[in-house]
Design a protein around this ligand. Structure first.
Ligand code: TYC
Length: 109
């Protein structure tokens, strides 16, 4: 009879070691895009911004706009860094072209 390796001498049960390696991909850091309230930007313009750049329905856009109006700040969406940066730039650029003081910023989620 062939000699058995250590570990299965008594029982004949063979064991194996399984090592789990760390996933090579990392989830990208995400950033919240925030709208800030002010006293001058028309409500309808804020709703338009939320529909146009954040793909919100009129109902969701109105709800977010009112939330910002009442609380001073609100989240429009959560995106990767480059997408969030682009959205902030589009909002600020569009607001300035329409001569509205609307402020939009981003922060790490
Ligand atoms: N407070 C503005 C008004 O009364 C409306 C407004 C809402 C402005 C949200 C900015 O992010 C904003 N016309």
């Amino acid at each position: 009879m062939a000699e058995r390796k250590q570990g299965d001498q008594a029982t004949g049960v063979r064991t194996a070691v399984v090592t789990q390696t760390k996933a090579k991909t990392q989830k990208p850091a995400m950033y919240r895009v925030l709208l800030l309230n002010d006293d001058y930007t028309p409500m309808e313009f804020v709703v338009y911004i939320l529909e146009q750049f954040f793909n919100k329905s009129r109902e969701d856009a109105t709800r977010i706009m009112l939330l910002v109006h009442q609380h001073g700040v609100g989240v429009c969406g959560v995106y990767t860094y480059e997408v969030a940066e682009t959205k902030v730039a589009q909002v600020v650029d569009t607001a300035r072209r329409h001569q509205h003081p609307l402020q939009c910023t981003m922060e790490k989620d």
